[in-house]
Design a protein around this ligand. Structure first.
Ligand SMILES: Nc1ncnc2c1ncn2[C@@H]1O[C@H](COP(=O)(O)OP(=O)(O)OP(=O)(O)O)[C@@H](O)[C@H]1O
Ligand SMILES: [Mg+2]
Length: 236
């Protein structure tokens, strides 16, 4: 079963076509990376999935049941789609634990909340830092906390926009290990990233976008051997 099916999605900004009949399907449990040159349409794709941008045509089906292009941003979040934006937006004056509590949402009962926060702290390896103010964290730790805040909502589809931008090599390797550990049969993860070594470490498959079209879909190894992908992107 597909967690996400993007079907002939076309997005225009005025007369400019940012996405031109893009289709892709992400399986349940899959980690998919979307890669491609600047301006390819990667962020625009995430903007449509999360309801910020509406397409000219096409559909975005979640779990083969809901067309997200017909939903508001709030409805999309309620359906279990969560996004980590590129710039960390943690609450600096709150502790790590309190930030994750914010991510749980108001509906969760107190005891369940405590258990969920503990589980998330564990997943992002920040349990020893739970009482630290988020503003005092290193940049990499802030990125992991932000991932923790979206994990706290138990998303069915997790969208990550450049999660290792600005991180050191060691932090990038740690983030790759973290994302591999997040893989669960009931959770699909879609990652935009420019760091190809990182992509190779985490992604089951990659989708290469170029000028609003899908150039390639398959393994990262296959992408490295694809003449068109090399020409427009990897060879540069
Ligand atoms: N709101 C907008 N209005 C007009 N043009 C836009 C808008 N948003 C994006 N674009 C254009 O659409 C194209 C795709 O942009 P997008 O941000 O999706 O690319 P990207 O693949 O995320 O690039 P990058 O790797 O640089 O982040 C670009 O040419 C961009 O200038
Ligand atoms: Mg972008």
């Amino acid at each position: 079963m597909s967690a996400l099916v993007v079907d002939a999605l076309t997005v225009a900004f005025g007369r400019f076509t940012a996405l031109d009949a893009v289709s892709l399907a992400v399986d349940q449990g899959e980690v998919r990376a979307v890669i491609g040159p600047n301006g390819a349409g990667k962020t625009t794709l995430l903007d449509v999935i999360s309801g910020i941008t509406k397409p000219v045509s096409g559909r975005v089906m979640l779990d083969d049941s809901i067309d997200l292009t017909k939903c508001s941003e709030a409805e999309i979040a309620r359906a279990g789609v969560r996004r980590k934006f590129q710039k960390p937006s943690v609450f600096p004056a709150l502790t790590v634990r309190e930030n994750i509590e914010m991510g749980c949402g108001p509906a969760l009962k107190a005891r369940a909340r405590v258990a969920r926060v503990a589980a998330v702290l564990d997943e992002i390896s920040l349990a020893p830092r739970a009482a630290v103010q988020a503003g005092a964290l290193a940049h990499g730790e802030k990125q992991w906390l932000e991932i923790g805040m979206v994990l706290a909502a138990e998303p069915a589809l997790l969208l990550l926009d450049e999660p290792v931008a600005g991180l050191s090599d060691a932090e990038t390797a740690q983030t790759a290990a973290l994302i591999r550990d997040l893989r669960r049969p009931d959770r699909a993860i879609l990652v935009i990233e420019h760091d190809m070594a990182f992509v190779e470490a985490i992604a089951d498959r990659v989708t290469v976008l170029h000028e609003g079209r899908t150039l390639y879909e398959g393994s990262m190894q296959g992408a490295r051997g694809d003449a068109r992908v090399i020409e427009v992107f990897l060879g540069r």
